[in-house]
Design a protein around this ligand. Structure first.
Ligand code: NAD
Ligand code: UGA
Length: 462
């Protein structure tokens, strides 16, 4: 068995993960393949115009690309020449048939498994990197091991990195999880992947942070970890509405709750609700799994996390409506930030997208600005009219009735808010859904200010 690696899927997971694996294992050849030729061309672009925006990524790719990291559309050759195959293809929510709107759409996954079986020319370790329903490895193994000649050992190695901090998360993970069968072949494959994460010089992930489990625990842990994180965001957002109604301040409440070491301070920031490609998809997947096993109360519980999240975005529009004299038609609203969080250009499931659509229904004139996600915003909202896309936030805010801050980009608090105030229609409103601006300084300039989880300007809605 050679130690070369192929990763099928060159997206947000495949690209950064393999770049760091290649850096920490210079003796291994790592090839990332994809059916999307445009994406592969971007990974290979001479001027490093990579297909995803991620701080620190370009520096790693510059170091390893064409040294021991390669990007290609030739999936067949890469599968033939590598004995370790990571699969990081997308697993979106299924939008048709049984389980529509909840279950994972596994068609890309199964297509990949069949291709591996077709092209393999020796024994392989197949590593699930995508997030999958529990027991997918059993289906994968069943498809692969129809092969008469070769043996395929299927492992689960889910990824816990967050976008915007992916490179740091990869270099210094809280833990790496590797699930394998409790057979000699399974355990030897697990040991092989443990060695990979330890790094060629033993200077990457400390052994005690590489956790091993059986395959089913690994698959379920990934869904459970995302569900717990999403649930914390929904919990604090459920407190936020109560703060607005009572005069409590959600940031103060979160600070004190988080000082309890049993709870901890992270993921307690109230805001416009969680976005991103995974939280909603993975919680819905958990709901579907619970339902499939007849665990209806557990399914209801997790569904509540999604309902609370959707409600948070509706509440933003209701509060704007109430504050802006119960009519938004023809008013100009400057949306500051469209990415689902700062430091990424990713707009999948972004709360800003839902809010933009709700505002479009009210015939608002929207001006959207974002330092990294403007092109994605234009693509996502191409079916709605009356939207301007402005790279310059000052231009977006000109003649606007309100600024609606949706993403906590570090540059927004640094803007010249006096200049913004002077260029807006009066009364000028700022709705800071991330509570990242200095509200009292804005009020001194003359702005009306709304926050999430803090008493507003007078009108409160639930
Ligand atoms: P993505 O859409 O950015 O990338 C997936 C890539 O797979 C695409 O480029 C697509 O063209 C390619 N692909 C699909 N079918 C293929 C096939 N048959 N052969 C070759 N390539 C194929 O998705 P992503 O964000 O990288 O997510 C991938 C998986 O990783 C998902 O299961 C997701 O839940 C999981 N994950 C994502 C993150 C994240 O931060 N984005 C974090 C942890 C886990
Ligand atoms: C999340 C998890 O954090 C990763 O561990 C996981 O690997 C990944 O999903 C995945 O499986 O794809 P990500 O979605 O990139 O990572 O970003 P997060 O930092 O988790 O933020 C998710 C959303 O929750 C964002 O919209 C963010 O603004 C929101 N959020 C987060 C809050 O509103 N409040 C918080 O306190 C934290």
């Amino acid at each position: 068995m050679n130690k070369d690696i192929v990763c099928i899927g060159a997206g947000y997971i495949g690209g950064p993960t393999m770049a760091v694996i290649a850096k920490m294992n210079p003796g291994r050849k790592v090839t990332v393949v994809d059916i999307n030729a445009e994406r592969i061309a971007a990974w290979n672009s001479p001027d490093y115009r990579l297909p995803i925006y991620e701080p620190g990524l370009e520096a790693v790719v510059r170091e390893v690309r064409d040294r021991n990291l390669f990007f290609s559309t030739d999936i067949e050759s890469a599968v033939k020449t590598s004995d370790i195959i990571f699969v990081g293809v997308n697993t979106p929510t299924k939008m048709f048939g049984r389980g529509a709107g909840r279950a994972s759409d596994l068609q890309y996954w199964e297509a990949t498994a069949r291709n591996i079986a077709r092209w393999a020319n020796g024994d392989k370790i197949v590593v699930e990197k995508s997030t999958l329903p529990v027991r997918t490895a059993a289906a994968m193994s069943a498809i692969l091991n129809t092969h008469e000649q070769y043996h395929f050992e299927v492992l689960s190695n889910p990824e816990f990195l967050a976008e915007g901090t992916a490179i740091n998360d990869l270099f210094r993970p809280d833990r790496v999880l590797i699930g394998g069968a409790e057979t000699p072949e399974g355990q030897s494959a697990v040991a092989e992947i443990c060695e990979l994460y330890a790094g060629e010089n033993g200077d990457w992930v400390p052994r005690e942070k590489i956790l091993t489990t059986n395959v089913w625990s690994a698959e379920l842990t990934k869904l459970a970890a995302n569900a717990f994180l999403a649930q914390r965001v929904s919990s604090i957002n459920a407190i936020a509405g109560l703060c607005e109604a009572t005069g409590a301040d959600v940031d103060e409440v979160a600070r004190v709750i988080g000082a309890d070491r049993r709870i901890g301070p992270k993921f307690l920031k109230a805001g416009p609700g969680f976005g991103g490609s995974c939280f909603k998809k993975d919680v819905l997947n958990l709901v579907y799994l619970c339902e499939s096993f007849g665990l209806h109360t557990a399914a209801e519980y997790w569904m509540g996390v999604i309902r609370m999240n959707d409600h948070q975005q509706e509440r933003i529009v209701s509060r704007l409506f109430a504050e802006m004299f119960n009519t938004l038609a023809n008013k100009k609203i400057a949306m500051f930030g469209f990415a689902f969080k700062a430091d990424t250009g990713d707009t999948r499931e972004t709360p800003a997208g839902y809010v933009a659509r709700l505002l479009a229904e009210e015939h608002v004139r929207l001006a959207i600005t974002d330092p990294a996600a403007l092109e994605n915003a234009r693509r996502d909202l191409k079916d709605i009219g009356n939207v301007d896309y402005e790279a310059d936030p000052y231009e977006a805010a000109r003649e606007a009735d309100a600024v609606l801050l949706m993403t906590d980009w570090a540059q927004y608090p640094q803007l010249d808010w006096r200049r913004i105030y002077a260029s807006m229609r009066k009364p000028a409103l700022v709705f800071d859904t991330r509570n990242c601006l200095d509200a009292s300084a804005l009020r001194e300039l003359g702005f009306k200010v709304l926050n999430i989880g803090k008493a507003g300007e007078g009108v409160k809605s639930r």
